[in-house]
Design a protein around this ligand. Structure first.
Ligand code: NDP
Length: 311
């Protein structure tokens, strides 16, 4: 039988790699399974200017390369594979790669992240990072002084519209129904901002521009009248999906799939299984918060392995 690993980390965004740095330095010999998008969501981000320690900013892919190198420097093994199945009965947990290799581990750190939902337009893919973004806090700064549009009507959309309204002269909020899903207080903030223009019953038909966004074609789904908004950026804020499907029936999660942890820790309902990063955070979703919870997960796992006499 194959050896039992001390610590398997599933996912390779800021949470996974930070967990790896801490786990490797603590002598836990961690193995990171990167998942389908090594580096996670930051690989589709251009400049990151809000991660402390990079005074000039840094490209998302470069930052994740730095994270990976730092994890490897202390002996983390990195496997470019996807985990497709788990059995977290314990005390020894089992996980399977997509190629059906079975791995046994005393502790598992979940850092599988979340994926932004997209509208599914061809122009959205083509203009990604060229004016199309799914994160106002990350990218809003690049649009200061410019007119932008934002799709969505939930709390994220309301929060992002309010955030953008502090940077941009005009924010067009495109709401597909005649009401918003966002909480009352968030809606009030939107309504109070003089420079947020809410377009009700409005759907995005196409994002315009060749090399960068120059506008958005929208349609009013009540009148069927199409119109064009001249904007330099389009923010898509229609929700995220945590990448937690394989943990269903094993790890407690909320109705939208975010993993539940004991507040203030990374502990899940399963002994020896810890959750970190966006997979367990629907509120903050920042690289720096993900890294912070990755650190917590490694420290919690270390404590667990020490108590069990494994390390
Ligand atoms: P939600 O699922 O709550 O909202 C998604 C929004 O996007 C809905 O208004 C939906 O419209 C709209 N939408 C979905 N698909 C499309 C589409 N194809 N075209 C146009 N619009 C679309 O996601 P959120 O990310 O806003 O929130 C997720 C969870 O996180 C919620 O529970 C929220 O309360 C929470 N949250 C809390 C925050 C806080 O407390 N500060 C901040 C951010 C999120 P429709 O309403 O018509 O379905």
């Amino acid at each position: 039988m194959a050896d039992i690993l001390n610590c398997v980390i599933i996912g390779s965004g800021p949470a996974g790699y930070t967990a790896a740095v801490y786990a490797a330095r603590a002598g836990m010999n961690p193995v990171v399974y990167t998942g389908p998008e090594p580096g996670g969501q930051l690989m589709i981000t251009t400049d990151v200017e809000n991660y402390p320690g990079y005074p000039e900013g840094v490209g998302g892919p470069q930052m994740m390369d730095d994270f990976r190198k730092q994890a490897e420097r202390f002996g983390t093994q990195i496997k470019y594979e996807m985990i497709s199945k788990v059995d977290l009965t314990g005390p020894v947990h089992k996980i399977w790669t997509e190629s059906d290799e079975e791995i046994s581990a005393h502790s598992v750190i979940i850092s599988t992240g979340a994926s932004a939902k997209w509208l599914g337009l061809e122009s959205e893919q083509r203009l990604m990072n060229k004016g199309v973004s799914a994160c106002a806090v990350c990218d809003g700064f690049f649009f200061r002084g410019k007119e932008v549009a934002l799709v969505g009507a939930g709390d994220t959309a309301a929060e992002e519209a309010t955030y953008l309204a502090k940077l941009c002269p005009k924010v067009h909020m495109l709401v597909r129904r005649d009401e918003m899903r966002a909480s009352k207080i968030m809606q009030e903030r939107v309504m109070k901002a003089e420079n947020i223009i809410v377009h009700w019953n409005t759907e995005t038909v196409e994002i315009l521009g060749e090399e960068e966004v120059t506008g958005v074609k929208v349609i009013n789904n009540k009148t069927n009248i199409e119109s064009k908004l001249d904007v330099d950026g389009l923010f898509v804020a229609i929700g995220h999906k945590p990448n937690t499907d394989i943990f269903k029936n094993w790890i407690d999660m909320d109705s939208t799939g975010y993993l539940k942890v004991v507040p203030g820790t990374s502990l899940t309902n399963r002994e020896g299984v810890f959750a970190s990063g966006d997979a367990a955070d629907k509120v903050y979703r920042q690289a720096v918060t993900a890294a912070g919870t990755g650190c917590m997960a490694a420290l919690d796992a270390e404590r667990y392995l020490t108590e069990k006499g494994v390390i």
